[in-house]
Each structure stands twice: as C-alpha cells, then as structure tokens.
Design a protein around this ligand. Structure first.
Ligand code: ADP
Ligand code: MG
Length: 696
C-alpha cells in the first residue's frame, strides 16, 4: 500500500520517506521505535530521580537570563512538592516574555542533578492553564532523518497500525506456531501493534530496555532472516562449479623448503583446510582470521600453489598499494619459477596494456589493488581469488568488485570450450580483525572460518607504555637510544577528523620537528597524499634501514612488514579505537628484538579512553582486544563497513540479544529442513538490501 494514501502524506513527503528507506505502509510497520516517552503521567518534583525522562508540571516562580558569558534562560518552577530549574541555551526574547512568573508550565525531558537541585535542559514544554489531556499510552520515538519530523512518523505509523488492525492488508505469521506458544510470544500482528502503540499498562521498563516479549518476537524474526539469507547466499555459491585443485606434494615441499622458517602448527592446519576445500569441485568460501603477524601471507602462497600446480592463475588483492607491492616482493621470492605480475591504479598507459596481456596470457600470479577487477582485466584461467585484509575494503567497493569479477569470469571461461560449464574461482578472504567467535558466527554465517591462533615462535610480546604529551623529552631519548642500537622507529600521526590534506600537513609538521630533534638521524615521511612511487621509495629506504625514524599517517596501519623496526610511537592514541591501535602496534614486534610501543596521550583522558589505553597496555592478544572493543563500541565499528551493512540489524543487537541469536540459529536449521518456502518469505520480508550485501 502506497504511503501517499495516508493522511498527512503528500507527494514531497512520500519522496522524503522513500529516500529514508520507507517506501510503503509495510515499511512503516517495520520501522520500529527506538525508544518510548512516557507522557502518561506527571511526576511530582520531589520524586524525581536523575537521568530519567519524565514529565513535570508546575508554576513558574521566577525566570531570568544569566549575566556574563553565554546567556541562559532559567525558569524556576514549583509544583507544590518542590522546585526545580528549566534551562534554555537557545531562546527567543519573546519566549522569555511568555515564561513569566505565575505561568503554568508542563515540561518533558531528562532530569539531571544540577548546581541548584534537579534541572532539565531544553525540555519540550507547553504553557498555560489548559494543558492537553495526558497520553493514554507510551509515545513511540522513531529513528528519523533530517526533514522528517517525529510527529509525522508517529502519525504515519499510527495509521499503518490502524490499517493492519482493520485488515486492510495481511501480514502472514511465519514463525512456527508451537514455538510462539512454547515461548509465550505474541504473533507478528500483535507484536507490531504492541510496539507501535503500547497499551497503558505495558511493562514500561521492559519496553525501554528492548526486552519486552513483543520486541523479542520481532527481533528473533529479524535475526532468523539474517541467518537464512546468509545460508541462502552460501548455498547459491556452493551450487556453482569450481576447478578441482589437487595439491602437488612435490611442488608444495619445494615451496616450504624455500621458506626461512617452519610453519607454525596453526598455519599448517589452516593450509590443510584450504587444500581440502580447493580439491572439491565447488568454490571454496573461506575466511582466514589471524592476528597481525600471525603469518597469513605464506598461507596465501600455499593456497596459490594449488592453482599453480594445475597451470591455473591465482590473484591476490590488497587494500593499499604499499601492501600490494610488499606482497609482490614476497611472492616473487616464493615463486621464482612462475610469472608474478602487478597491477594497481598507478600502472597506466603502455605498461598497463602489457600487464593486461600478461594477465590474459602468461602470468601465473597476479597481485594488486582493486584495479585488478576492472572490467577490462581479463584472466586467462583464474582459479583462486584471495582478498587480503578484507576489513579495509568498503561495501560498495566490494559489491562492485564482485560484479566485475563475475563479468570477468564469463569473459575468461566463456572463451574456452571445455570450461563453458561456468567454472567459478575459489575464494579466500583474509582478515587481521580478530572477531570474537560469537560475532564471527553471525557476521560470517556464509563462510567457513579458519583461525590462525598461534604466533610464530620467538615473537617477544610488545612492551606498551603510556606517556603524557608533556613528557616529550623522555620520548626523544628513547628514540635516540633505539636508533643508536641500530633499530628503527615509526612515529604515527593521528589526526583523524580532518581531511587527507590536513593529515598530510600535520605529518609534515611533525616530520620537520623531528628533523630538528635528530639532526644526525635520517627521518622519513610517508602519507596518503604522496604519489605511490614516492611512497614506495620511502618504504624501500625504510626497509633498507636508510631511514631510521619514519613519520607516517595511519597509511601504515595495514600489513607493512619491516622486521628491524622495534619502536612505535603513536601520537594522540586516545583518539583511536582499540582495533586500529592494535593494527598499528602490529607493525612492530615482527623480528626477534624486544619491541616497544609508546602511546602518547593528551591529558585529561575520558573514562572510555582510559579503559582503551589500559587495555592496550595490558594485553597483546587481538581477541581480548576485540572483545573489549566490542563492549566499548558495538559490533558495527569492529566489523567495518561491509559487515556493518549486513550486520545492521534494525532492531537486534548481537551483544544484548546473544540468547535470541542462539535460538534463531537453531530455528533457522529446522525451518530450512521443514519449510523452505517459509524461509524465502522471511528473507524477503526483512532483508531487502541486506541480502545483496551478504553476497559480497
Ligand atoms: P600477517 O598475518 O600480519 O599478514 P605476515 O604474513 O606479514 O603476517 O607475516 C609476518 C612476519 O612473520 C613475516 O616476516 C613472515 O615472514 C614471518 N613469518 C610467517 N610465518 C612464520 C613462521 N611460521 N615462523 C617464523 N616467521 C614467520
Ligand atoms: Mg598481512
């Protein structure tokens, strides 16, 4: 049913709602309240408790504008039990005149403890003796966007519920009846009605905490839809055909003998899992999770080996050019008998044409950035796609990449007679974001997950210290000492909120300053605004120990590997999230020297920043850090943009609703066996866009 059929919604408003993602009346019903306001009663002032939203009503006893500094309109009110203050930082002069002593006022807001007892800042209010009747039930508050008023959403939702009750349209009950009964859950219709229009005797606390059965009922269906969609995406890929890649034991042994180290048990196990996958004629869909420095690159190389043994191609995509170039060098070493080529945005003109010819012909291993998947890149015989540090890629980038990848495959396989069976490459995704297991099961329900849960031997844990910005001289001494010992240091500038241009400038300033501090040391500078050749030149010099102190923006966050660098300084560490700090810190501690990480901060620290920095000091364990990060910031932030897309539950929260996630998972398994048609309906109802994203 069209929105325009509702009262109060014209063409322009309907368009605005459409842009906000609400296209019809059904969408309105599933646009659930974020929270509720209780305007069903008036609370006596002497019963107020801090930090709750309440409605009060009383007489204005005094109103004045503060002098000196920013003018604040203060209204003192008294309801016969006690007095309190209402404060307005932005007000009109006319407002001040109306709010005079003797006037009756009703106000709604959060109450706080102020300097002079209880106070409300910028309450909603109405003046006068004739106040409207109290609300009969809790008032729902909806997520909204600019240009759409809360009142409009409330009115529209109320009409939608009315229509549902009148049977203007049908919403089928899709959950198993027995389950609803067993768990004492309302039906979908009842639940929707309840959350949009809670009755006056509703359990307010439960509703506010999102634990009311009506809310749980909606959440579980949402979560169920998520699992079903992920499963569907996975099954769809499983039904495709992929080249069977049996490992050539001899070639594998040769590669291993070329390594300067022995694989860790965890690496060997994960390689085994990958080799089993690629030996089947369906595409591998595997995620390898391994903390920074756990040695994912060699695992990728051993996966590639399986493709190369059959004369087929493997491609590896990295999120940055620096990282891609580093992989190029490593893989050239690992595969001296194969052609390893490189493609990124900076490769242009004649050279690009040459590389494209190689990719369509003689190349065995192709390394690069997302430029690898542009439409005109045609592979000769692509059997394995590896995506490194996948959490760094944005949703849209990956969606595009996936689509381009498919076009390419057609171009590739369509030309060869024997391959017209539409063979699809195997895919391997690697990430250093250690995701707590519970969350991984939800976010990656469509992938098999391998974990490299062991670091190479002899890694010393990085010693992390916190240092107040005031103690710069102490830091300078530390850096000097490390460099005198033949070691190298990173100095990371973290200006996050500004533009790339501002970041580069801040790094430039620091660079100049450090050059002054250490006239006899070689100081280098790298940031996102440098041309990629210049970036590479700087990294090469740092690798060769021609640069002792490298000033960098967070461009070095991902994957850069310089074993001799043993000291990392992170400026304004309090500004960064835990996962990012952990990634940055992972740039040191790669060799067998004792490494140090100095987290500089500007005092005073917020409570949250204190917890973050302490966590960094106390542990090097990426999983513990991720767990803490999850607590502090929620799942969306940790998983990055992509998972945010597919994890963006409108209503549910993987942390808070862990139990529901468990139940939904079991329910998903049963439903898939028993009623596939219902599964389809549930997915459609909840996941119009998420489904697209889940496939990426
Ligand atoms: P990441 O998992 O962060 O991508 P890398 O693959 O870059 O880690 O490996 C980090 C460093 O550890 C590299 O210098 C690599 O050569 C080394 N390395 C990898 N595996 C082992 C191992 N089993 N023993 C010793 N060193 C290893
Ligand atoms: Mg890596």
């Amino acid at each position: 049913m069209e929105l325009i059929e509702l009262k109060g919604i014209g063409k322009t408003t309907a368009e605005k709602l459409h842009d906000f993602g609400l296209s019809d009346v059904m969408d309105l019903l599933f646009h659930l309240p974020l929270r509720y306001e209780d305007k069903t009663k008036i609370t006596p002032i002497d019963e107020l408790v801090g930090f709750s939203y309440v409605q009060v009503e009383g007489e204005i006893t005094k109103s004045y504008v503060t002098q000196g500094g920013r003018p604040i309109l203060v209204c003192e009110i008294d309801d016969g039990t006690q007095s309190m203050q209402l404060k307005f930082f932005n007000f009109y002069y006319s407002q001040k005149i109306k709010m005079k002593a003797g006037m009756q006022i009703r106000a709604y807001a959060e109450v706080k403890h102020g300097m002079h007892g209880m106070e409300m800042i910028h309450p909603e209010f109405s003046l006068g003796k004739n106040q409207p009747a109290l609300a009969e039930s809790l008032t729902p508050v909806y997520p909204k966007s600019e240009g759409i008023s809360q009142k409009l959403l409330q009115k529209a939702a109320a009409q939608a519920v009315e229509l549902l009750l009148n049977g203007a349209f049908e919403l089928a009950e899709l959950l198993p009846k027995e389950w609803l009964v067993e768990n004492n859950m309302p039906t979908l219709n009842e639940a929707l009605q309840f959350v949009h229009r809670p009755p006056s005797d509703a359990d307010v606390m439960a509703l506010i905490n999102h634990t009311h059965p009506a809310q749980q009922r909606l959440k579980i269906e949402e979560i169920l839809a998520h699992f079903l969609a992920m499963h569907q995406a996975r099954t769809a890929v499983q039904q495709l055909n992929a080249p069977k890649l049996l490992v050539d034991a001899e070639q594998n042994r040769q590669l291993l003998s070329r390594l300067p180290f022995k694989l860790t048990g965890a690496q060997a196990r994960v390689v085994g899992e990958i080799h089993q996958d690629v030996a089947l004629n369906h595409p591998m869909q595997r995620l390898v999770q391994g903390d920074v420095g756990s040695g994912k690159t060699v695992v990728a190389a051993l996966a590639m080996q399986a493709a190369l043994a059959h004369g087929k191609q493997a491609v590896m995509m990295a999120p940055t050019e620096i990282l891609a170039e580093q992989h190029l060098l490593t893989l050239k070493d690992y595969f001296p008998d194969h052609q390893v080529v490189f493609l990124s945005g900076k490769i242009k003109g004649k050279i690009r044409i040459e590389v494209l010819e190689q990719i369509a012909g003689s190349a065995d291993v192709v390394i690069g950035t997302h430029a690898l998947f542009q439409a005109d890149v045609i592979y000769r015989d692509l059997a394995l796609v590896i995506i490194d540090e996948q959490h760094r890629f944005g949703v849209h980038q990956r969606l595009m990449l996936k689509q381009k990848g498919q076009i390419n495959r057609k171009a590739v396989y369509g030309t060869s007679e024997e391959n017209t069976a539409d063979l699809v490459p195997h895919s391997l995704i690697m990430t250093a974001t250690p995701i707590p297991r519970t969350l991984a099961q939800i976010a990656y329900a469509n992938l098999d997950v391998s974990v490299i849960d062991e670091l190479p031997p002899n890694r010393k844990t990085i010693n992390t210290v916190l240092l107040d910005n005031k103690k710069m001289p102490q830091l300078a001494m530390r850096i000097r000492k490390a460099c005198d010992n033949g070691e190298q240091a990173y100095w990371v500038c973290t200006l996050i909120e500004e533009s790339e241009h501002m970041r580069a400038k801040a790094a430039q300033d620091t660079f100049e300053e450090l050059k002054n501090w250490f006239p006899d040391l070689e100081v280098g500078l790298i940031h996102g605004r440098l041309k990629s050749d210049d970036k590479q030149a700087v990294m090469d010099r740092f690798k060769a120990n021609e640069i002792q102190v490298l000033v960098a923006t967070t461009v070095i966050e991902v994957g850069v590997d310089v074993a001799n660098a043993s000291l990392m300084v992170i400026e304004n560490a309090e500004r960064l999230g835990l996962s990012q700090l952990h990634q940055l810190r992972g740039r040191v501690g790669r060799g067998n020297r004792q490494s140090h990480c100095v987290l500089m901060y500007q005092s005073p620290l917020s409570q949250n920043a204190q917890v973050r920095l302490q966590t960094m000091r106390e542990t090097n364990d990426g999983f513990k850090i991720a767990q803490q990060d999850l607590k502090l910031r929620g799942p969306g932030e940790i998983l990055g943009t992509r998972q945010k897309g597919s994890m963006e539950f409108r209503f549910s929260n993987p942390e808070q609703d862990a139990e529901l996630f468990k139940q939904a998972k079991n329910m998903a398994v049963d439903l898939m066996m028993e009623s596939p048609e219902v599964c389809e309906l549930i997915i459609q109802r909840w996941q119009r866009q998420a489904q697209e994203l889940a496939k990426v």
